[in-house]
Design a protein around this ligand. Structure first.
Ligand SMILES: *Cc1c(COP(=O)(O)O)cnc(C)c1O
Length: 437
C-alpha cells in the first residue's frame, strides 16, 4: 500500500534550519529563543523520516489528524484525481460533487437531528461558526440578551478570539487578552471519571450557572467525553445526558466540539455515541481529512438553521474564501470511506489494549500522577511539567515522535499502527518517564 511513497524523490538540498531559526514561528514558541525543531523529509505509514535518515514511529497522528498514517495510496489518489478536475472554486453561487458527497457522509454519520452542514477551513473557525450560529439563533427569535457562552474549565476549543474565550481561562491565559475577548461563564470541569457514575452533584456548579444566567447564555459548549489539549481528561458519558437535560430545561443550546474526538479516536465514530446524546450544533475537524488538508465542518439541526434563516437578515452571516475546498472535501470523503471499509473499531480496541498494557509500568513511577487510556488515546500525567526540549530529544533518540506538553505525555497513534510499533512507542515513553523524578 505504501510502495508509492518509497519512490518519491527527496529534495536534493538540505532543509535550511538557519533560516527556520531566524524567520519562522512554530506553534506556541519564541522566535528569539527557539527550541530545536527536527527536519522531516518525508512521512509514510506510521513513520516520520528525518533528514538524517532516522525513522521515527509517530505517536501523535500530527495532533489527532493522521488516523490512516501518512502517504496513503488511497488518499493520495483522491487528491490527485480531484486536482485534475479542479483544485478550488468559490462556494458562493457554485457547488460541486466533493462538497455534496462529503456532506452526505457527515449527515449520515452524525445524529439524525443534525442535517445542515457548514464547511470552513479549520477547527477554530468551525467553533467561531458554531458560536455565531448560537448567538444568531437567539437574535432571530428577538432575544438579543442571550449572546454569551457557558463552558467548563479545562476545555480547549481553538486559538481564534471566540474559540479562545471558551478555553480554560488559566491554561488559555485569558488574562493576557483581557478586554479583547468576550468574558464567558465557566463552570467546574466534569469531575466524574470515564468509568465512574455521574451524579447530580457533578453538575451542581453548571446547574447554578444556568439557573442564574440562562437569559444571557446562548449555548453551552463542551468537548464530549474527552477534554483534549486543556488537560487530556476523560469524563463519564452520562454527564452529557444530564447536561442535555439541563440545557433543554433552561432554554440554552448545546454545542459539542468533536474536533479532537471525531472519526473513531475514542472507540466510537463520535464521542457523543458513548452517551447517545445529540447536540444542537457539532464541530468536526482534525481527522476529517485523515490529516491531509485543513478542513472543518459545523453541523446544525433543522431547528437551529431554520430559526437563523427566518430572522433578520435571513441568512447566516459567514462565508470563508476557501469554504468547502474541493481538494479537502475529496480527501475527507475518501478518508471516511476508507475508515468505513475496514473494522476500525477492532483496530482502536487493539490500540487501547496495547496502550493499557504498554503504559502500565509507568503507573508505579514516582514522577507519575495518573495513567489513563481511552480508545486510541494514552495519557501519562506527571506531577510536574516536563522539560519539553530535553524529553523531546530523549524520545527522538529512542526512535519515536511524541510531543509532551505541561505535565502530560500523551499518545494518539494512527489507527493502522501494528502492535510491535506500539510496543516500541510505549516502552520509549516509559523509559523516558522513568528518568524523571
Ligand atoms: C485542535 C482543536 C481545535 C482547534 O482546531 P484548529 O484546526 O487547530 O483550529 C478546537 N477544538 C478542539 C477540541 C481541538 O482539539
Amino acid at each position: 500500500m505504501f510502495t508509492q511513497s518509497n519512490a518519491m524523490p527527496v529534495p536534493s538540498h538540505s532543509i535550511d534550519l538557519d533560516f527556520d531559526r531566524c524567520h519562522l514561528w512554530h506553534p506556541y514558541t519564541s522566535v528569539t529563543n527557539p527550541l530545536p525543531v527536527y527536519p522531516v523529509s518525508r512521512a509514510y505509514d506510521v513513520f516520520l523520516e528525518l533528514e538524517d535518515g532516522r525513522r521515527l514511529i509517530d505517536g501523535m497522528s500530527s495532533w489527532w489528524a493522521a488516523i490512516h498514517g501518512y502517504n496513503h495510496s488511497v488518499l493520495n489518489e483522491a487528491i490527485v484525481s480531484q486536482m485534475q478536475r479542479m483544485s478550488h472554486v468559490m462556494f458562493g453561487g457554485l457547488t460541486h460533487d466533493p462538497a455534496v458527497e462529503l456532506a452526505k457522509q457527515l449527515v449520515a454519520l452524525t445524529p439524525q437531528s443534525l442535517q445542515k452542514v457548514f464547511f470552513s477551513d479549520s477547527g477554530s473557525v468551525s467553533v467561531e461558526v458554531a458560536i455565531k450560529m448560537a448567538i444568531q439563533y437567539w437574535a432571530s427569535l428577538g432575544i438579543i440578551s442571550k449572546n454569551r457562552l457557558l463552558t467548563v474549565r479545562s476545555g480547549y476549543h481553538g486559538d481564534t478570539f471566540g474559540a479562545m474565550s471558551v478555553c480554560d481561562p488559566v491554561t488559555g491565559m485569558h488574562s493576557l487578552f483581557k478586554g479583547a475577548i468576550q468574558e464567558q461563564f465557566f463552570a467546574e470541569a466534569p469531575a466524574c471519571r470515564f468509568d465512574e457514575p455521574c451524579t447530580d452533584s457533578d453538575l451542581a456548579d453548571i446547574h447554578v450557572m444556568l439557573e442564574r444566567h440562562h437569559m444571557e447564555i446562548a449555548a453551552v459548549i463542551i468537548e464530549p467525553v474527552v477534554q483534549g489539549a486543556g488537560g487530556m481528561r476523560f469524563y463519564a458519558p452520562h454527564y452529557l445526558v444530564k447536561l442535555r437535560e439541563l440545557c433543554d430545561s433552561f432554554g440554552v443550546l448545546l454545542i459539542f466540539d468533536e474536533i479532537a474526538t471525531g472519526f473513531g479516536r475514542t472507540g466510537r465514530m463520535f464521542a457523543l455515541e458513548h452517551a447517545a446524546v445529540a447536540p444542537d450544533i457539532l464541530c468536526a475537524g482534525k481527522a476529517l481529512t485523515g490529516g491531509y488538508m485543513t478542513l472543518a465542518a459545523t453541523l446544525a439541526t433543522e431547528r437551529v438553521a431554520e430559526t437563523i434563516c427566518s430572522g433578520n437578515p435571513g441568512v447566516f452571516m459567514h462565508g470563508p474564501t476557501f469554504m468547502a475546498n474541493p481538494l479537502a472535501c475529496a480527501v475527507a470523503s475518501a478518508s471516511i470511506t476508507l475508515l468505513e471499509s475496514y473494522d476500525w473499531k477492532a483496530s482502536v480496541l487493539r490500540l487501547e489494549t496495547g496502550l493499557l498494557s504498554g503504559l502500565e509500568s509507568c503507573r508505579e513511577m514516582r514522577s507519575v500522577k495518573d495513567v489513563r487510556v481511552l480508545g486510541a488515546i494514552g495519557v501519562v500525567e506527571l506531577h510536574s511539567p516536563v522539560d519539553m526540549a530535553l524529553v523531546q530529544k530523549q524520545l527522538v533518540d529512542k526512535g519515536v515522535w511524541v510531543r509532551p506538553f505541561g505535565r502530560l505525555v500523551y499518545l494518539m497513534p494512527p489507527f493502522i499502527m501494528h502492535d510491535e510499533e506500539l510496543g516500541i512507542l510505549t516502552a520509549a515513553v516509559c523509559d523516558v518517564v522513568k528518568t524523571m523524578c
